[in-house]
Design a binder for this molecule. Structure first.
Ligand code: SF4
Ligand code: SF4
Ligand code: SF4
Length: 372
């Protein structure tokens, strides 16, 4: 990976124009050469990269580099060498630990279940009623739909804690496959990416693609203009991006596209947990997004992006729009904040337990962490 960047990067600096992190540390070529020339190069700076992938999107096709993969490798190496443990990340790892714990997890698979809804962590906490409505709506098309309340452990993946991520995700994937699940419907683009990359035989589709094809909830049409923030996780998934525009158009909204959209979208500021270490660097991404939106309501499909951006500029989640269009366009949707998000998740779990006559069910017992 390092050698690839050292040899192939032509130092055109196109990616530097887009990224403050690279402007601080140099071209991917310079960074790779420096890392190769030292016996024990410092790697902790890689935790300042948002892992957003914009550099890959703008890199000339004949070069075709993906610097984020190099920085992720550096993070993994840093964790192995004990250079990657920051107490500022505890808030993220604790969030993930709770999400994968026995108290918060629930797998409910009814008879004949081969498809499950995987809403992730942020949506059930902030918008439990929307998750219920979504499940109910999807059940109209998939009678034996199951539910998995768990975390995909992407936070650990991105923090370079590869051993923990592989252990947890593989266990979940193998459990689902062993119990007849063939397809996972995700509501979070980051979960989607994880299942797409590591799900092996599990097929994955976003609930947005599913609804764009099979029908959205029958709620009132609304008049107005929105702009779409595509999350980094689905930067290269045109079909997912198009499904959001189809669903928003189906509500009769007009869409004003920003300069950075689709494969060239910018990070909301939360990517790679950079905001824990260097809020001012992460803030540059959020500010860019806010400026490009220019006050037009942003519509996004990642609950993390929605929460992060809504602090700066009006931002809604697509599920808010689909299930409560009028309240969404007038900014009246109520979104829960911590610590109530945890209570919501526990109550949602109880609701699913009652709602689904599960043939197979479990709470997850976390594997003890044995390494990075
Ligand atoms: S992944 Fe994003 S933050 Fe990291 S180097 Fe590329 S553009 Fe910059
Ligand atoms: S855009 Fe590609 S070739 Fe140009 S500096 Fe960045 S990584 Fe190197
Ligand atoms: S990627 Fe999905 S499951 Fe993982 S922390 Fe984010 S919302 Fe939760």
């Amino acid at each position: 990976m390092l050698r690839d960047h050292a040899e192939k990067c032509i130092a055109c600096k196109i990616c530097l124009k887009e990224c403050a992190f690279l402007r601080k540390y140099g071209t991917p070529k310079e960074i790779a050469i420096h890392a190769l020339s030292a016996t024990e190069p410092p790697l902790d700076f890689s935790f300042e990269c948002s892992l957003c992938g914009l550099c890959q999107a703008v890199c000339p096709p004949k070069v075709g580099l993906a610097p984020a993969t190099m920085f992720l490798e550096m993070r993994r190496e840093a964790v192995k060498r004990d250079q990657g443990n920051f107490r500022q990340h505890n808030i993220i790892t604790n969030y993930e630990r709770r999400g994968t714990s026995r108290s918060f997890t629930y797998y409910g698979l009814p008879a004949g279940c081969d498809t499950v809804l995987f809403p992730g962590c942020a949506l059930p906490g902030t918008r439990p009623e929307k998750v219920k409505a979504l499940f109910h709506h999807l059940r109209g098309s998939i009678e034996s739909l199951g539910i998995v309340l768990d975390c995909c452990t992407k936070p650990s993946h991105d923090l370079g804690r590869d051993h923990f991520f592989q252990t947890m995700f593989t266990e979940m994937r193998d459990y689902l496959l062993a119990n007849g699940v063939k397809k996972v419907l995700t509501a979070c683009p980051n979960c989607y990416r994880v299942f797409q990359q590591y799900g092996e035989k599990l097929r994955v589709e976003t609930v947005y693609e599913f609804m764009a094809e099979n029908g959205a909830p029958a709620t009132p049409l609304v008049d107005g203009v929105i702009t779409v923030h595509d999350p980094c996780g689905t930067r290269f998934d045109q079909q997912v991006q198009q499904s959001i525009r189809t669903l928003a158009g189906g509500k009769s909204l007009r869409i004003h596209e920003m300069k950075h959209t689709g494969s060239r979208t910018v990070c909301c500021g939360e990517g790679g947990s950079v905001s824990c270490l260097l809020p001012e660097l992460a803030g540059k991404w959020s500010a860019k997004r806010k400026n490009e939106a220019g006050g037009t309501r942003i519509l996004t499909y990642c609950a993390g992006c929605a929460n992060f951006l809504n602090r700066l500029t009006p931002t809604s989640h697509i599920l808010d729009l689909l299930f409560a269009p009028e309240k969404t366009m007038t900014g009246k949707v109520r979104v829960a904040k911590a610590p109530f998000t945890y209570l919501n998740r526990l109550l949602l779990k109880r609701w699913f337990r009652k709602k689904i006559p599960a043939l197979i069910s479990r709470e997850r017992t976390s594997k003890k962490e044995t390494g990075p």
